[in-house]
Design a protein around this ligand. Sequence first.
Ligand code: APR
Length: 239
Amino acid sequence: MVPGLSFRIVILTGAGISKESGLDTFRDADGIWAKVRLEDVATPEGYARDPQRVLEFYNARRRSLLSGRVEPNRGHYALAELEQKWPGEVVLVTQNIDDLHERAGSNSLIHMHGELLKGRCDACGRVSTCRDDQTLDLSCDACGRTGKMRPHVVWFGEIPLEMERIYDVLAHCELFISIGTSGNVYPAAGFVREARLAGARTVELNLEPSQGASLFDQQVIGPATEIVPAFVARVLAGG
Ligand code: APR
């Protein structure tokens, strides 16, 4: 640890950080969107067309996440260690809806695309914990309406969560680290530009160069379980 260094670090993670925990990414050759059409399961129109299909898509992913076979990996733990040991603020913005960052010990966490283990009533907006299958005959604890429970997940065409807070921390950070995201989906893909405008050093850690690779000051290529712990160790050593 280098005395005196205590600036704010903002981290963005995507599906790549959870891949080695056994969760599929979206746009890799074996990814989720190679198996199911996002228009059918990750849009308000798809939900309106066939809500049962959408609930079953997320039920399957929730069962897998809670199966006991999916655990945080060394990349998740390294980010929790950085939050714990770094003298300045660390804010972890994740596009992921799994709870692996929480289970690894990260607390300063923003789920901009929602959470698989939460449900939301489409009638009254009440958000509640959801660890079981969602079905159409479920009724909302708050308003009592039936058949309106949906995953608390942000679909394409919907507005990501906590954007005001995210842009605020990006405007006041000195190090921005993007991990395991392809840079295909906005607004997350534009965060590196915001960080650059704030004068931050920008680093991408990924298995391959992302769509926005050229916008980063530094690129580290490799699997998250190897490159994230190594990078965190360098930051904590003042590198
Ligand atoms: N270590 C590091 N990076 C990896 C690994 C790994 N083991 N495996 C894959 N990757 C990288 C891939 O090279 C790719 O660049 O992770 C990235 C995953 O990209 P996507 O599948 O597009 O996932 P993501 O960027 O998180 O998608 C963003 O799109 O579909 C929506 O809402 C969904 O949050 C998601 C958003």
